[in-house]
Design a protein around this ligand. Structure first.
Ligand SMILES: *Cc1c(COP(=O)(O)O)cnc(C)c1O
Length: 387
């Protein structure tokens, strides 16, 4: 039988879930250009405004001059260069772990860790709203998967009590990518430890942003408190570059080098990207004002949105979704914003659960307070139109 793609596409279109890509004419910044039109954008993960930072751009150029463009091979076959190695050491130091290992993407890092660790009979406990890359990593692993209700530690405990013995891994986003809320990390690690399990935290949206020094979700743990055994961070968000890493014990990292297939069987990141990320990491560490300014923008937005009665969600992070419910409503608000020169993407199922389509508004240290006010003004107008 042939594949009936036309029917699948038609169904996706008729259910209001069809995706289309914007073709933008420039790089990351609050102001984007599409076919000559200026758009004020609130949908980037460039939380600290580093993706177009001149120091990071210059580092990429210098890295390319010295090391060329492609790494030419996988890490184990001659693609692993001094900047890769130095970046691993500096990332490990930044997050306070023995070692770190670079992966080409966060998606691959999650696949690699779960694939390397889990054997038949092992169990994975996964938050219901985890990122797709964690969901896929669990599904593709050899472990048995239990999904627990979002942030429900009592529910997780009950699942542990009901499960058979065997190695267990709890996996969770640190900051949930489509909701902006945060895992109660101390409690989560505690439950896993009580059952001799490990915890993996995917801190794609926490690293660089959360915690006074930007060390991410783990920086909020009490000093000396139990740390998750495995930390995954991405470099394409607050760091403004590309790639990802896993940090943990030296033994964990050696295990991944030996057994993580998405680490072994793929071309290493371009060394110039590692050089650029070293520059970005220095800015993340040294320029704490970026986090302070981001906080100011988030507080300003939440206060304004609350005053206007907009459907805010329970988030303290730069991810500030407005819950729309139906996909059509989310699309119509997104279009209304676009008509006023503001770019905010509608997030619809299957990325989020049914009837919880939303506008995923994100802030960056590159935004100004005036730009936040412009967004609030247009949102207010759209709300009046609906009433
Ligand atoms: C973006 C993201 C990833 C994937 O990282 P990439 O480097 O873009 O592949 C993984 N987990 C979470 C929570 C993310 O938001």
């Amino acid at each position: 039988m042939t594949f009936d793609l036309a029917a699948r596409l038609a169904e996706r279109r008729s259910s209001g879930l069809y995706r289309e890509r914007l073709v933008l004419a420039d790089g990351q910044s609050p102001l984007r250009y599409q076919q000559g039109a200026e758009l004020l954008s609130f949908c980037s993960n460039d939380y600290l405004g580093l993706a177009s930072h001149p120091v990071v751009v210059a580092a990429l150029q210098q890295g390319a001059e010295r090391y060329g463009v492609g790494s030419g091979a996988s890490h184990l076959i001659g693609g692993h260069t001094e900047p890769h190695h130095q970046l691993e050491e500096e990332l490990a130091d930044f997050v306070g772990r023995e070692r770190a290992l670079l992966f080409s993407t966060g998606y691959m890092a999650n696949l690699g860790v779960l694939g390397a660790l889990l054997q038949p009979g092992d169990r994975v406990y996964s938050d219901q709203l985890n990122h797709a890359s964690l969901i896929d990593a669990a599904r593709l692993s050899r472990g048995d998967v239990s999904v627990y209700p979002h942030l429900d530690l009592a529910g997780l405990s009950r699942q542990f009590d009901a499960g058979q013995p065997g190695h267990a891994l709890v996996i969770s986003d640190g900051v949930f990518s489509m909701d902006g809320d945060q895992v109660p990390l101390a409690g989560l690690v505690d439950i896993a430890r009580k059952h001799n399990g490990w915890t993996l935290i995917d801190d794609a949206h926490g690293l660089g942003v959360v915690g006074p020094s930007g060390r991410g979700s783990c920086e909020l743990l009490p000093p000396g408190g139990c740390q998750p055994e495995i930390l995954m961070g991405t470099l394409g968000k607050a760091f403004g570059t590309f790639g990802a890493f896993v940090a943990g014990s030296a033994e964990l990292i050696e295990t991944l080098i030996q057994f993580a297939r998405s680490y072994i069987y793929t071309t290493a990141l371009p060394p110039a990207v590692a050089v650029a990320t070293l520059a970005a990491l220095r800015l993340v560490r040294e320029e704490g004002w970026r986090r302070t300014h981001l906080r100011t923008l988030i507080d300003r937005f939440r206060a304004g949105a609350q005053a206007q009665g907009l459907p805010l969600m329970d988030s303290l992070t730069p991810i500030q979704p407005l819950l729309m419910g139906g996909a059509e409503r989310a699309m119509s608000w997104s279009q209304g914003l676009a008509d006023q020169g503001i770019l905010v993407t509608a997030i619809r199922p299957p990325t989020v659960p049914a009837d919880s389509a939303r506008l995923r508004i994100t802030f960056s240290a590159a935004h100004s307070e005036v730009q936040v006010d412009q967004l609030l003004q247009v949102l207010g107008r759209l709300q009046e139109l609906e009433e």
